[in-house]
Design a protein around this ligand. Structure first.
Ligand SMILES: Cc1cc2nc3c(=O)[nH]c(=O)nc-3n(C[C@H](O)[C@H](O)[C@H](O)COP(=O)(O)OP(=O)(O)OC[C@H]3O[C@@H](n4cnc5c(N)ncnc54)[C@H](O)[C@@H]3O)c2cc1C
Length: 493
């Protein structure tokens, strides 16, 4: 039996953090979205525990920052210790607000985030969320995509068509199977035991830092998560029995140095295979993938989900532009051209950190660490430009600023720039313009902008809804012309 046929602009398969964020960002431009998830509810157990300032800014643009903020803990940083407990490598995360308008690094509980995303989706009129609905067949028919799904509760078949389908359906993505096959393996595969603990009362002696124990005999991570939640992750032997390593007595013995059943309870344990994979093909015609469906990283930088959220932010405005102005292959190809090298660099760095943590000779591994993020004993966060795409060539943009993430200055009143122009292109310049196809943020309202423009010797910059820089101008005449250039405006819908 088949339900009535439904039509959408975009069908998203998977309502994890990537799919839910994509849905909210698409809804910003009134796109009619259906999100399917085969599970009845959100995944209830903790997975991700960290995200950064860029991701909080995307959540702000998706409309959930205010609700999310009280659930977060500002992260002090990460320290890598040697076998004797001496500091090998320090990755401090200053607690001040960064140029993105948020703290550099947050600790969170993934189910809190997913609940907030779902609540926001429920309130959003143009988004239809269907749980217990599994996508089972996808057919790209050229001008539209036909998708068949199964209601797991009633067994009923559902059929829908949409202009685009995005698979945000996680590591074992079904949608990925409908794209040309192929995955690049960046060489990391290890089994880790993850133990989530809830303290009965605060234990400040456990410390504020995430600790990476680079102990050749017992590589391990400690995470200071929000509230009373704490996590320990331990590398385990590939051949070990997954059930046996989760034996509660054994776990309490391993944790005895820090916590006991008197002061804490185990929330859950799980064994994960940490992998480092990037799908070769992220799009074929009108079908594409994002998030874990497109890439997997070991979690040592806390960047797996972050990459999926960046995918969503990169893709949503491009899809909405295609829906308004007609399918645009150059714009959609720029999605994977820009995102793939970016996420690859994060994965490569996470793999190296994993190798450092598990090395038999951590000092040597640190000396030979090949990444811009690490210099001697100090690590800094990666701030990478997007990969080059035909899009920037077409809008006449010049390197090197193009494709870099632009900051979020505040108004004199304290409001942040994106609060006023959420997920829209913005033309940033010194003085207001008489005529402009974009909202204009001038240094008269945002004093910080004067410094930013003067420092780079620019008159104006055009930033995209995902806050990466599309193009810039060096004098007022160029700015006036960019502000009224309908060809460039058409890229944004
Ligand atoms: C131990 C651990 C620690 C981590 N730590 C961090 C961290 O600190 N920071 C960080 O950024 N990331 C971290 N991650 C990674 C992060 O959890 C994932 O990257 C993130 O959950 C991926 O989100 P997603 O939405 O892409 O996929 P998922 O969360 O996997 O969601 C996919 C959804 O698709 C649905 N689905 C699948 N197939 C179908 C189908 N055929 N039809 C309908 N629905 C379907 C599923 O039910 C699911 O809800 C960690 C992961 C682990 C395991």
């Amino acid at each position: 039996m088949t339900d009535e046929h439904r039509q959408y602009d975009v069908v998203i398969v998977g309502c994890g953090p990537t799919g839910a964020t994509l849905g909210l960002l698409l809804a910003r431009s009134g796109v009619k979205v259906c999100i399917l998830d085969k599970a009845r509810d959100i995944y209830p157990l903790p997975r991700a525990v960290h995200f950064d300032d860029e991701i909080m800014r995307i959540f702000q643009n998706a409309g959930i920052a205010e609700k999310l903020a009280p659930c977060l803990h500002v992260n002090a940083g990460m320290r890598f210790l040697d076998q004797e407990g001496a500091l090998l490598l320090d990755w401090p995360r200053p607690r001040k607000i960064t140029e993105q308008g948020w703290h550099a690094s947050y600790r969170f509980h993934q189910p809190d985030l997913e609940n907030i995303l779902r609540e926001e989706l429920q309130k959003t009129e143009c988004v239809d969320v269907r749980t217990e609905t599994e996508a089972v067949e996808i057919k790209d028919e050229g001008k539209k995509v036909r998708l068949r799904a199964r209601d797991l509760d009633t067994g009923r078949k559902q059929e829908m068509t949409s202009k685009y389908v995005v698979g945000c359906d996680g590591a074992n993505s079904f949608v990925r199977q409908s794209l040309p096959q192929g995955t690049e393996d960046l060489g990391f595969q290890q089994k880790w035991l993850v133990i989530d603990v809830i303290l009965k009362s605060d234990m400040p002696q456990l410390g504020e830092y995430t600790l990476q124990y680079c102990n050749p005999n017992f590589p391990m991570t400690y995470c200071r998560n929000p509230g009373l939640r704490r996590r320990w992750e331990m590398a385990i032997d590939e051949t070990s029995d997954d059930m046996a390593v989760q034996d509660q007595n054994r776990i309490w013995q391993m944790l005895a140095k820090w916590v006991t059943p008197e002061c804490a309870e185990i929330e859950r344990t799980a064994v994960y295979q940490f992998r480092s994979l990037v799908a070769k093909h992220w799009r074929d015609g009108r079908v594409m993938i994002a998030g874990d469906a497109a890439h997997l990283t070991p979690p040592f930088m806390g960047q797996g989900m972050c990459a999926g959220i960046r995918d969503a932010s990169n893709l949503a405005w491009k899809l909405s532009s295609c829906l308004r102005n007609g399918h645009n292959d150059i714009l959609l190809s720029s999605y994977n051209e820009e995102r793939k090298p970016h996420v690859r660099k994060f994965i490569e760095t996470a793999v190296q950190l994993g190798e450092l943590i598990c090395s038999k000779t951590p000092e040597h591994a640190l000396r030979t660490f090949a990444s811009d993020a690490v210099e001697k004993n100090s690590m800094k966060s990666l701030k990478l430009p997007l990969g080059q795409s035909k899009l920037s060539e077409l809008v006449g943009a010049k390197m090197p600023l193009v494709g870099t993430l632009f900051g979020q200055p505040g108004l004199l009143s304290g409001k942040k720039m994106d609060e006023i122009y959420p997920y829209r292109p913005i033309l940033v310049t010194f003085k207001p313009l008489k005529e402009s196809l974009y909202p204009v943020a001038s240094s008269e309202e945002f004093p910080k902008l004067e410094e930013v423009l003067t420092e780079s010797n620019l008159d104006g910059v055009l930033i995209r809804p995902d806050r990466y820089l599309l193009t810039y101008t060096e004098n007022r005449a160029e700015t006036v012309s960019l502000a009224t250039d309908q060809n460039i405006r058409n890229w944004f819908a």
